[in-house]
Design a protein around this ligand. Structure first.
Ligand code: S3P
Length: 175
């Protein structure tokens, strides 16, 4: 069985994945963005800048397919937009139990304020966004994506106010 973690940028997918891996040592932990970077030898902002989002989504689906075809059980921290493409939604649905880490915009703004420059869909030119611009962009993308996170998820975990360890323990209680 594979465990997939979805949710908006900054919701804690990578950190909850690490906390889960501590509790489930028999699982192989994978961060999909890191896997794409090592598969291509390129950084994600560069892939977006040089080749565009569509090319990134194709690489993302290839990477997810490769991971999910392996024999091991994985904990996969997806990218925030992995659920926006049909091939990835199908892979997630067929090969994993998917948890949506649901965070409100205050939590997301707090977690992304220092990091917006490395998220090309928040800041295409790689600059740091001021809080009002960051909040507006998060709310816009969330309104486009919430239904996709919810329909991809087998379980929804509200993570506001939870530590990463508490979110991981909650996930384990649902397995
Ligand atoms: C994206 C989220 C990023 C990364 C890419 C696109 C998105 O991952 O895959 O920048 O479309 O929301 P994180 O959610 O890990 O930041």
């Amino acid at each position: 069985m594979n465990i997939a973690l979805t949710g908006f940028m900054g919701c804690g997918k990578t950190s909850v994945g690490k906390a889960l891996a501590e509790l489930l040592p028999e699982y192989v932990r994978i961060d999909l963005d890191e896997y794409i970077e090592s598969m291509t030898g390129r950084r994600i902002p560069d892939i977006f800048k040089e080749d565009g989002e569509q090319a990134f989504r194709t690489l993302e689906a290839q990477a997810l397919g490769k991971i999910l075809m392996r024999q091991a059980s994985h904990i996969i921290s997806l990218g925030g937009g992995t659920i926006t493409t049909e091939p990835c939604r199908k892979l997630i649905h067929e090969h994993s139990v998917c948890f949506y880490l649901k965070a409100n915009s205050d939590t997301l703004v707090a977690n992304l304020l220092n990091d917006s420059n490395v998220r090309p869909l928040l800041s295409p030119d790689g600059s740091h966004l001021a809080e009002p611009q960051l909040r507006a962009r998060i709310e816009q993308l969330m309104s486009e994506r919430t239904h996709l996170y919810e329909s991809a998820a087998d379980h929804i975990i509200s993570t506001d106010g939870l530590t990463y360890e508490q979110a991981a323990a909650h996930i384990i209680s649902l397995l």
